[in-house]
Design a protein around this ligand. Structure first.
Ligand SMILES: NC(=O)C1=CN([C@@H]2O[C@H](COP(=O)(O)OP(=O)(O)OC[C@H]3O[C@@H](n4cnc5c(N)ncnc54)[C@H](O)[C@@H]3O)[C@@H](O)[C@H]2O)C=CC1
Ligand SMILES: O=C([O-])CC(=O)C(=O)O
Length: 336
């Protein structure tokens, strides 16, 4: 009897884990569409739910003709649409919100995107409190704390399941290094820590195959301000969308690999982290080992050289302010 129930339990959990619903909130945007396409092509995904304030069902109808196994459903902002989109999701990806124009910092997006993320987080807290939530909307340094505060207020905050997506920073770093060193970017694994904006992005070249790059101010700056290159080139039409879709899809795939039992899956992510808590900084991006429940282990930063220590010092000043801004926003604007 006991054995039977054990087997049943195992069968149930295998089924539950194999049924991986992914929801994309902001699915008809510049990032949302290619990200949803990449999720439709991912065989680990069984159900794809696409929500946007406009155009979700259209994007869903289009993707639903692709002959992979997953079902695709689109949702509009009806009273039940958002709740239905996230219900039962293993992973909720959030690229909803406005992108930068030339001359703006990511922090300039705060006034618009803070309330968008707050309201989406409420829906996730109510209808999918166990989902792994991957926040792409900028400013990530503030939108992740916003999401955490919303979850805390509803008693469902789990620091293991909330991620700010910083994957694009390591994707860029490996590509930029490969251009300088004439190598294959696939062989370049560059650690990037901190946050996701300007000087809060800290590449640790001393830990790579190219420690000489820590004194190369050009490449350090390029990693920190890579997003600006795209914003300027798009000249008012937005920021990185296609490279971000690739990076977001890689992060979602890594989360699903870990959920489905793969060991040793490590990605950078901006998470609730012990690393600088003693300095009042509750969130920090570093290498995170993923497990079935989300964050399994946060790797320490490791050895840094004097140049990198200076970068880290500058990072922490801004990061602290960005995090505090998100926390105070929810305290003074709790919404409905
Ligand atoms: N974490 C990262 O590395 C990166 C983050 N981003 C950020 O991602 C965000 C989205 O960028 P794009 O896709 O280029 O912008 P976009 O303007 O093309 O798309 C945003 C989408 O969000 C939707 N939206 C707005 N309010 C919504 C709400 N309340 N609920 C659901 N959907 C809503 C819009 O209708 C639109 O379809 C921006 O904040 C941008 O700064 C962009 C690149 C990299
Ligand atoms: O630069 C931006 O505004 C968008 C972004 O976060 C990036 O490309 O890294």
């Amino acid at each position: 009897m006991m054995l039977a129930s054990k087997i049943q339990r195992r069968a149930f959990s295998a089924t539950a884990r194999d049924l991986s619903k992914v929801a994309v909130l902001g699915a008809s945007g510049g990032i949302g569409q290619p990200l949803s396409l990449l999720m439709k092509l991912n065989p680990r995904v069984t159900d794809l739910a696409l929500y946007d304030i406009r155009g979700g069902p259209g994007v869903a109808a289009d993707l639903s003709h692709i002959n992979t196994k997953s079902t695709v459903t689109g949702y509009d902002p009806t009273p039940t649409g958002l709740a239905a989109a996230v219900k039962g999701a293993e992973v909720v990806l959030i690229p909803a919100g406005v992108p930068r124009k030339p001359g703006m910092t990511r922090d300039d997006l705060f006034n618009t995107n803070a309330s968008i993320v707050r309201d989406l987080a409420k829906a996730v807290a109510e209808s999918a409190p166990e989902a792994k939530v991957l926040i792409i909307s900028n400013p990530v340094n503030s939108t992740v704390p916003i999401c955490a505060e919303v979850f805390k207020a509803r008693g469902v905050y789990n620091p293991k399941t909330l991620f700010g997506v910083t994957t694009l920073d390591v994707v860029r770093a490996s590509r930029f290094v490969s251009e300088v060193k004439k190598t294959d970017p696939a062989d370049e694994n560059i650690t990037v820590v901190g946050g996701h904006s300007g000087v809060t992005i800290v590449p640790l070249f001393s830990q790579s195959k190219h420690p000489d790059l820590t004194s190369n101010a050009d490449i350090v700056k390029r990693v920190q301000f890579g997003g600006d290159e795209v914003v300027q080139a798009k000249d008012g039409a937005g920021s990185a969308t296609l490279s971000m879709a690739m990076a977001g899809a890689r992060m979602a795939e890594s989360v699903l690999r870990a959920v489905q039992g793969e060991k040793g899956v490590v990605e950078p992510a901006f998470v609730d982290s012990p690393i600088y808590k003693d300095q009042g900084i509750d969130f920090f991006s570093s290498k995170v080992e993923l497990g079935p429940e989300g964050v399994a282990k946060i790797h320490p930063i490791g050895q840094v050289d004097a140049n990198e220590q200076k970068l880290l010092d500058a990072c922490l000043v801004d990061l602290k302010k960005n995090i505090e801004k998100g926390v105070s926003f929810v305290a003074s604007n709790p919404g409905n």
